[in-house]
Structures are given as C-alpha cells and as structure tokens.
Ligand binder design. Structure first.
Ligand code: NZQ
Ligand code: ZN
Length: 389
C-alpha cells in the first residue's frame, strides 16, 4: 500500500425528497444567488427542476437557469454559463442532472473567477485554485461526478474530450441523491450507468500497487452489490431498494475510496473518451465495449489480477490464472450483454471507427504511454481498438 491522503468533503443527502433540501443546503453554504444547470428536459418533465427551484425560492435564494446541456458536454455552454454568472453576480452553481450537467457546472465554477480562458485548466496551462461552490441534485447514477473532483469537457475545436482532475477544488460541496428520481431513466441509460460505475472501480482495481487487500475487498464488495442489484433495477425500474443500492454504488465507485493506497490506471477511460468525443456515444456504453477489449489485451501478459477478480466477484473456480482470466472476461461480457449493453463498435453504432485518428488524439492528449497497470503505447492502444471491432 502506498501513502495517501483521503479527503472527500462532499456532504451527501440521500433518500426520498432529497432534492427538496436544496434551499436549506444551499443556504447553509451561504449562497444567495445561484445558476441552476440542467440538461435537455428530463429534469423539467419529471418535476424535479420545479421542486428544486421552489425550494430555493422558499429559502430566499434567487436563481437563473441554464438548460440544454448536451450529453458529452462541450465548451460553448460553459462559456455561456461563465458569461451569465459574471453578469448576474452568481455566487454558486446547482447542477440538476447527471455527469454532463455536473461537469458543465464545475467548469463554469472554475471559469468565473479566472481571468484567462477556462480551457487553460483542461489544457494543463493553469491549475484551478479558486472556484464557485457547486451543489448537485443527481438524476442518474453513472459518472460519479457528484462525489469526484473531476470534470470532463469536449472542446469543439478539434473535438478534444479531456478529463480535468482536481483534488478538492471542483468536488461538489453537497450532493442530494434521491433514488426515486432515477425511476424515469430509459433502460439503456440505466445500463450505461452501471457499466460506467463498474469501470470506475476497475480502473482503480487494476493497479501496479500490491498489498492493498482492504481496498481490493471494498472494491470487490461494491462490484458484487452492483452485479446483484442490476438485474432487479432492469426488471423493475421503480424498485426503490434496487435503485437506492445502485445509486450509492455509483457514488462509492468514484469518490476515491476504491483507490486509496494505490496507483490508479485510467487507460480504459482515456480510450473511451476518444470514442465518445468523435462518435457521441453514451460514455458508459462505450466502456462496455472498451473494458473487455482492454482486459483481453492485458490478460496476455498479466492475467493474475483478472483471475482474482473472476474468483472473488464472478464465481470463477478455475485454478490456472490465464484460463481463469479468460473465463472472467467472458462473464463480464455476458453480464454487460444481459443488461442490453453493446460489446462491439458496430453494436455501439460505430460502423467504421477511425482507429488511427483516435490513437493519434489519445496519445497527443495523454502522452506516449497510457495508464499505470500495463503502460500502453500506440501499438497497444491500436490493438485494443481493433479488439473492439
Ligand atoms: O439531458 P436530459 O434530458 O436531462 O437527459 C439525460 C441525458 O440524455 C438523461 N437523464 C439523466 N437523468 C435522467 C435522464 N433521463 C430520464 N430520467 C432521468 N432521471 O440521461 C442522459 C445522459 O446524461 P449524462 O449526464 O450525459 O449521463 P452521465 O451521468 O453518464 O454523464 C456522462 C458524462 O460524464 C463524463 C462522461 O465522459 C460524459 O461526458 N464523466 C464524468 C466523470 C467525472 N466528472 O468524474 C467521470 C466519468 O468517468 C465520465 O467520464
Ligand atoms: Zn466513467
């Protein structure tokens, strides 16, 4: 285990009507005039946006709306948000939605007090120091942005999708999680969210750091809970208990606890971000295609940890590591398929992916070698993209 500092200052308010706490929670943060950020209408249609703004009004907080955030969000909405915040002296952000909405709110929060262009942070030219406080009402358990310090934005000029990682600066101050808000999710979004949260654990599980038994066991436990609850949530989208378990798994998967004491990998996410940047697929669906291909590549030289995953999480009994790894990958694919997730680029809706372009952007964005578990050069990443065909 390597030394670590674990600090997740997000306050979680979990349960029915959590969104109605918005006014009280934001007042406790001292906020008086906020920007409420949302997507393309699901939050309005379900009524959650109305309940949130009513709660703000009751608490004496004034608000302005910024809606229409796209999945795989891009820079123009961030710039629009920064402009509005400056014009209206906004003192905080409230994201009502999923990863795309939350990440846009975080980017606005970073950009408002900054004199230069907000993209400087994503381009690695500046480090986020000051930022407006961000609060969240989560409507889809998936990206884990409600508990992470990260924000993933695509620059439309060149379609560069970059994940900015901050330790504390962009972590939400409060996240309100009501599992009932997720009843309206279409099955493909529920499934994509499940693949994403599993990937967030696996990116940390496949680590070059040995002797992290406690973190391995926590990770395996959350994975087992996801695998146990997923069939229930797909069969009965209004099962409170299944939705609640999946929602909390999504947060635990990505708020850092599954990475304590070890180096993390994150190559599969970088590989996927090139797919969703160019082809605008749902990030989690993309990961369902990427992860088995990544593991197939890794299993050729490092099968032992995949075999451990299989034995502890997927009920694999095979003693030989290489054979156990192969069975594990098949079981992971079968699990994704059972949720209706794609397993190939074609099933993802990408018939002729431009692999050389994705590999070029990937290594321009991330350097010559990608990831920590098995550092990948461009030959390796090309092979992994080919394994997805
Ligand atoms: O736009 P609306 O109408 O709200 O519809 C959304 C959107 O179409 C819909 N939706 C959300 N809640 C709903 C609902 N529909 C019905 N009922 C509800 N309750 O779901 C669709 C997807 O929303 P989105 O926010 O894009 O989903 P997700 O949470 O999967 O976020 C994906 C984005 O997050 C990034 C991804 O790359 C992608 O851009 N990520 C962010 C991370 C972070 N900040 O830590 C980490 C992740 O690895 C990920 O990369
Ligand atoms: Zn993800």
């Amino acid at each position: 285990m390597i030394p670590f500092t674990y600090h997740t200052p997000t306050r979680y308010v979990f349960g029915p009507q959590a969104e109605c706490r918005a006014g009280a929670e934001l007042s406790a943060l001292g906020l008086k005039n906020v920007l409420v950020v949302s997507g393309h209408g699901s939050a309005r249609r379900s009524g959650v946006l109305g309940r949130v703004t009513d709660s703000l009004t009751e608490a004496g907080i004034t608000w302005t709306e910024l809606s229409g955030i796209d999945p795989n969000p891009t820079d123009p909405k961030v710039r629009e948000g920064i402009r509005i915040c400056r014009e209206k002296n906004i003192d905080g952000l409230l994201a009502v939605g999923g990863g795309s909405v939350i990440d846009t709110a975080k980017a606005i929060a970073a950009g408002v007090p900054y004199q230069g262009d907000f993209w400087d942070f994503w381009a690695g030219k500046a480090v986020v120091g000051e930022a407006l406080p961000v609060a969240v009402v989560l409507t889809i358990p998936a990206a884990g942005s409600e508990g992470s310090g990260n924000s993933v934005i695509t620059l439309t000029d060149g379609m560069r999708k970059i994940s900015l990682r901050t330790d504390v600066a962009l972590r939400p101050k409060v996240a309100m999680l009501n599992p009932e808000l997720t009843y309206t999710l279409p099955p493909e979004q529920t499934a994509a969210g499940i693949a994403d949260m599993m990937a967030h654990i696996l990116e940390r599980y496949f680590s070059p750091t040995d002797d992290v038994e406690v973190t391995d066991r926590v990770s395996e436990g959350v994975l087992q809970a996801i695998i146990a609850e997923a069939p229930e949530v797909m069969a009965d989208p209004c099962s409170y208990q299944a939705r609640a378990n999946i929602m909390w798994c999504g947060t635990l998967a990505h708020n850092g606890v599954c990475g304590t004491g070890r180096l993390e990998d994150w190559s599969s996410h970088a590989i996927e971000h090139e797919i969703s940047a160019l082809y605008n697929v749902a990030h989690g669906a993309g990961l369902a295609v990427v992860f088995p291909a990544y593991l197939t590549y890794v299993s050729r030289t490092k099968p032992a940890k995949i075999a451990q995953l299989g034995r502890r999480v997927f009920g694999v009994e095979e003693a030989d590591d290489a054979k156990a790894a192969a069975i594990t990958i098949e079981r992971l694919k079968a699990f994704f398929a059972s949720l209706g997730l794609p397993l190939t680029m074609a099933q993802l809706g990408v018939e002729n992916p431009d692999i050389p372009l994705m590999v070029k952007h990937l290594h321009e964005n991330k350097g010559t070698l990608l990831g920590n578990y098995l550092p990948l050069d461009s030959e390796a990443t090309t092979e992994i993209y080919r394994l997805m065909l």
